[in-house]
Design a protein around this ligand. Structure first.
Ligand SMILES: [Cu+2]
Length: 121
């Protein structure tokens, strides 16, 4: 979990230096725009790599996680936990009030599956 946090800090530092929101695109292998997002986890690995899900403060975050194995999904920052059964789906829906960059992970494995980024209004 510590290494994940360190990556997150490095990512934010690069953005601060460049001072452009476009710089965020360089922080992860792939990104998603705001709106409903589905993350697919195959054998405890995020399909397509670690994505960044972005919302603006006050928006409704709508995140679905599908997994081939039973897992516990943890959204840091908002501290939301939900179990997903093997070959099941779990759905998170919440207001993205807290700004920052947070890790979404498979709690038991401490394996990151995505970043959640919430930008100020
Ligand atoms: Cu966690």
């Amino acid at each position: 979990m510590l290494s994940h946090l360190r990556n997150s800090v490095l990512c934010l530092g690069a953005v601060a230096l460049l001072g452009a929101s476009a710089a965020f695109s360089g922080c992860s292998s792939s990104t998603s725009t705001s709106g409903p997002v589905t993350l697919t986890v195959v054998n405890s690995q995020p399909q397509g790599g670690v994505k960044t899900i972005r919302y603006t403060q006050g928006q409704t975050a709508d995140i679905t996680v599908k997994s081939t194995t039973a897992e516990e999904i943890h959204i840091h920052g908002y501290d939301l936990h939900q179990g997903v059964p093997a070959n099941g789906t779990v759905h998170f829906r919440f207001t993205a009030n807290t700004q920052g960059t947070f890790i979404i992970e498979l709690e038991k494995d401490s394996r990151q599956i995505a970043f959640l980024q919430v930008f100020p209004k």
